[in-house]
Design a protein around this ligand. Structure first.
Ligand SMILES: [Zn+2]
Length: 217
């Protein structure tokens, strides 16, 4: 940088600066301004990061928030489909088929006959997320799911063109029951990995019309 030697104007009003020449004053003012700028930048880079929600945590948080809509008393699952530009394309949770009242079909897991349990009836979160999107193609999208997908949802995910699966929890079923899902994903070129949170805690509070989110990293 070229330092002015004769005429020097500075906005700095700091009287305590002792300068021997215009050049010294210029250097000192620049130094003060740089320190101030770096301090502002430091604050600007630190303060937002404390409340910054990374993409992966954001999408998985949407899964859990969406799962809270489920009427299933035992298992609540949420799914979130995201395109390549990190735009949320669709959301879904497990529930009874459209148009059927929540009380018209059983929610139990065990009964004398399988048709008296919830299993033949409930639409899984992945299915609803895929079918809820009617306008955009899901090719090359990612799906975030709060639980590991069953083999039926795995087939839907593959057929929809989704290429990436991120799941949070493994279901308590025997390991063998994961094999068909993992095998189909592998053969179809769908990557499947477990969600690794970067947040320690995320609290959402909406009461009395006032919402707040606190994030602990
Ligand atoms: Zn499923």
């Amino acid at each position: 940088m070229e330092t002015p030697q004769s005429s020097f104007e500075c906005d700095c009003q700091e009287d305590s600066i002792s300068v021997a020449s215009a050049s010294d004053k210029f250097d000192k003012c620049c130094s003060l301004q740089q320190n101030l700028s770096s301090e502002i930048c430091k604050q600007a880079s630190v303060i937002p990061n404390k409340s910054y929600l990374p993409w992966h945590d954001y999408f998985m948080s949407l899964c859990y928030l969406t799962a809270a809509r489920s009427k299933d008393p035992n298992t609540k699952v949420g799914a979130c489909i995201v395109d390549k530009e990190n735009r949320v394309v669709s959301l879904g949770y497990n529930g009874m088929p459209r148009g059927i009242k929540d009380d018209d079909l059983p929610w139990g897991k065990v009964a004398a006959h399988s048709y008296e349990t919830k299993y033949p009836y409930v639409c899984h979160a992945e299915m609803n997320a895929i079918l809820n999107e009617r306008h955009a193609a899901l090719d090359d999208c990612s799906i975030y799911v709060s639980k590991f997908p069953c083999c039926e949802c795995a087939k839907l995910i593959i057929q929809a063109g989704i290429k990436k699966v991120v799941f949070s929890e493994l279901k308590p079923e025997p390991w063998e029951e994961q094999v068909p899902t993992r095998k189909m994903f592998s053969l179809a070129g769908v990557t499947c990995r477990k969600f690794i949170p970067s947040l320690h805690q995320l609290n959402l509070n909406v009461t009395d019309g006032i919402g707040s989110v606190s994030i602990t990293k």
